[in-house]
Design a protein around this ligand. Structure first.
Ligand code: PMP
Length: 421
């Protein structure tokens, strides 16, 4: 009998619909899941796990939250898509505007990739400039212009990060290190009048969690303003997760454009980009910059997003903070007892434990961590019923459904595994 993964490989490239699911970062083959409830997921063989992937961020209230399920079921019976406006879009957009200072208009799309792609089109269209600044190690989806790597040297023109990304396009993207204000200053000193904007994850989450250094985001805000370029904060991961108003509220920085995804769709495909009325009204149909989508503002996704945001009150954020702090302290104690160097970066309910004895502040630090040790840790935890991200360069996500005892079990498992590393 072929396994589910073997069967998938016969009809799906690599057996997965998003590469990181394939376990290449940790070895072995992916697990196929059948159901989830709260903080736990069940695989097709009946194995049960405490889940810290949370569908890579959306499931901040846990799997199959009864209120989200009821709303989606109710909506499915009424119709799954109209391709015409519905009031649910206004309802979710209003919630975004109420939570995120400076968001006056919200345009819904279906994925984070679409949100960042549209945001950079807006930046280019609004400024009449073509060049972009991207931060090394930040991921914004598989958009051509953002799927670029740094070449050698500190200030670099991008080189394609994948075959299929045209070199002339990649060259329009400059890549600078995270948390490095001087690199951005130097770049703008020579190219400032050609740069449409900077896109950045305000808290990096795609090279593991790396918070911004004090003053970093404020400096990006000041430099972009001085050069009449836009600041785009990609809050696809951080939005509605690290605080009611996202990282921009936490660090008191006001971007021109914000990108949202993950939590905003409550586990269904929804994402958005948002900003001031003046800027956003430059998008079609009121303005000339074009962007559209057949399933944009999809009613099922709107209902899931509305329920999820409504569940995220002050008490929910307090719970997230308490549970994630419990996890952080437990992991640190387990590592210390096993004499294993571990640097834990955490902001609210997103956390990465780097197997490394130095602070991790940028891509260089993240990649210096011991990813082979992480792979062993991952498999040890998996055997003990704890599902972590199958890559060292990811965040672990805590949800409001993670109970104190589940976190405690996770810490006990970690202590056992660390003793074997
Ligand atoms: N931006 C960030 C910060 C992300 O973490 C991701 C996805 N991990 C994306 C954009 C892309 O979102 P999607 O996978 O929904 O296209």
């Amino acid at each position: 009998m072929p396994t589910p993964f073997e069967r998938a490989c016969e009809v799906i490239p690599g057996g997965v619909n998003s590469p990181v699911r394939a376990f290449r970062g940790v070895g072995g083959t992916p697990i196929f899941f059948e159901s989830g409830s709260g903080a736990e997921i069940l695989d097709v063989e009946g194995g049960r796990y405490i889940d810290y992937v949370g569908s890579w961020g959306p499931l901040i209230v846990g799997h199959a939250h009864p209120r989200v399920v009821a709303a989606v079921q109710d909506q499915a019976a009424k119709g799954t898509s109209f391709g015409a406006p519905c009031e649910l879009e206004t309802a979710l957009a209003s919630r975004v505007c109420a939570r995120v200072d400076g968001c006056e208009r919200v345009r819904f799309v279906s994925s984070g990739t679409e949100a960042t792609m549209s945001a950079i089109r807006l930046a280019r269209g609004a400024t009449g400039r073509d060049e972009l600044v991207k931060i090394e190690g930040c991921y914004h989806g598989h958009v051509d212009s953002l799927l670029v790597q740094a070449g050698s040297g500190l200030l670099t023109l991008g080189i394609p990060g994948s075959p299929g990304v045209p070199e002339p396009l990649a060259k329009l993207t400059h890549v600078v290190p995270f948390n490095d204000v001087a690199a951005v200053e130097a770049l703008f000193a020579t190219r400032g009048d050609r740069i449409a904007g900077i896109i950045v994850e305000p808290i990096a989450g795609n090279m593991g969690v790396i918070p911004p250094q004090p003053g970093y985001l404020a400096a990006l805000r000041e430099i972009t303003k001085r050069h009449s370029a836009l600041l785009i904060l990609d809050e696809v991961m951080t939005g509605f997760r690290v605080s009611p108003g996202g990282a921009q509220q936490l660090y008191d920085v006001k971007p021109d454009v914000s990108c949202f995804g993950k939590v905003i769709g409550g586990g269904l495909p929804a994402a958005a980009y948002a900003g001031s009325a003046e800027l956003m009204e430059q998008m079609a149909p009121n303005g000339p910059i074009y962007q559209a989508g057949t399933l944009s503002g999809n009613p099922l996704a709107m209902r899931a997003g509305i329920e999820t945001l409504d569940l995220l009150d002050d008490a929910a954020y307090a719970t997230l903070e308490r549970r994630a702090a419990q996890l952080e302290h437990g992991l640190a104690a387990a590592a210390s007892a096993a004499s294993i160097p571990l640097t834990i970066n955490r902001v609210g309910s997103m956390l990465t434990a780097f197997f490394y004895d130095q602070p991790v502040r940028d891509f260089g630090g993240a990649t210096a961590a011991d990813s082979e040790r992480y792979a062993k840790f991952f498999h040890g935890m998996l055997k003990r019923g704890i599902y972590l991200a199958p890559s060292a360069f990811e965040a672990a996500f805590v949800s409001t459904a993670h109970g104190e005892q589940q976190i405690e079990r996770t810490i006990e498992a970690a202590a056992e595994v660390m003793a074997t590393l």
